[in-house]
Design a protein around this ligand. Structure first.
Ligand SMILES: Nc1nc2c(ncn2[C@@H]2O[C@H](COP(=O)(O)OP(=O)(O)OP(=O)(O)O)[C@@H](O)[C@H]2O)c(=O)[nH]1
Ligand SMILES: [Mg+2]
Length: 269
């Protein structure tokens, strides 16, 4: 923090009117009055190693004063994920757990989560530890400030730290984002990011059908085709990618499904 600014905070904790306007764009207060709650939807498939730790971080996260509701959707895990999710829910009333009777994929888990999410804003949160809930405040800010309706957290923008991992995987990600951008005419840098944040009213306008990893291109395409067009923002986020030994599951076949979804939801609608 700038030394002068610290001095001001110490001497006069209340900022001048002009400073307050600089920090908060017009509309921020109006938005905070209408936006009270945030739902964090966590799709979970065999994540017993990370689920509890991840949920602890979600519980501790700064959501800019919005009340949190956490929805865990267990996608017929074969490990102890569901039991762990149930224990978390018993200990914390803000956590609800839903269970699929057969494994249906991330997209289907997200549909179950969205149907049960009551928040004014909805955040997608994977159950592994690749993304950091400590960044919610950054992702929420453009919506609370009244500037954005949708925010994507980009692993390829900004100066935050990223674990250095698979080269071809990152080329694949950039290719999928490029193809999606060519069809949607958006200049996203990371269409495949887990961190996608929506105002509830935007989600209400779209119907999702993809069961697996076609979820990301489908939701991106459908949001981009809405009229009036929602205001989409990106913020740079940290990323701590996991290795296949750590439990990474996504593979080249999922990439093909993503290509099919990009073409399908942009060209045939
Ligand atoms: N792989 C997979 N994940 C699922 C499924 N259903 C729900 N999920 C959850 O969806 C989220 C994303 O899955 P990940 O396998 O982490 O996918 P990813 O982050 O794109 O790829 P990784 O690099 O493998 O982490 C995780 O929280 C999973 O637990 C499923 O059927 N398969
Ligand atoms: Mg992951």
């Amino acid at each position: 923090m700038h030394p002068l600014r610290a001095h001001r905070l110490y001497l006069h904790s209340k900022p001048s009117r002009k400073e307050a306007q600089l920090e908060k764009p017009l509309g921020a207060e109006r938005n905070l009055m209408s936006l009270k709650t945030v739902s964090i939807v966590i799709p979970c498939f065999n994540e017993e190693k990370t689920l509890e730790f991840l949920v602890e971080r979600v519980l501790a996260s700064d959501t800019c004063g919005l009340e949190k509701g956490i929805i865990i959707v267990d996608d017929k895990s074969q490990d102890s994920s569901f039991d762990k999710a149930s224990a978390l829910s018993a200990a914390h009333p803000e956590i609800s757990v839903f269970k699929h009777e057969i494994n249906r994929g991330k997209g289907a888990a997200m549909r179950t989560g969205f149907e049960n999410a009551k928040g004014d804003i909805v955040i997608v949160q994977d159950a592994d530890l690749e993304y950091d809930p400590g960044e919610y405040f950054k992702l929420l800010k453009p919506i609370i400030d009244g500037e954005a309706d949708v925010v994507y957290g980009s692993r390829f923008r900004g100066g935050d730290s990223h674990r250095v991992l698979y080269f071809w995987h990152s080329i694949g990600n950039r290719f999928l984002t490029l193809l999606s951008n060519m069809m949607t005419d958006l200049n996203l840098t990371d269409m495949e990011t887990c961190y996608k944040v929506f105002r509830r009213d935007i989600l209400n306008k779209i119907t999702l059908t993809e069961d697996r990893f076609g979820f990301d291109p489908e939701i991106t395409a459908k949001v981009s085709h809405l009229r009036p067009a929602p205001r989409i923002y990106e913020v740079g986020i940290r990323y701590s990618g996991r290795t296949y030994e750590d439990g990474k599951k996504i593979g080249w076949k999922d990439g093909i499904r993503v290509v099919v979804s990009i073409l399908r939801y942009n060209l045939f609608r």
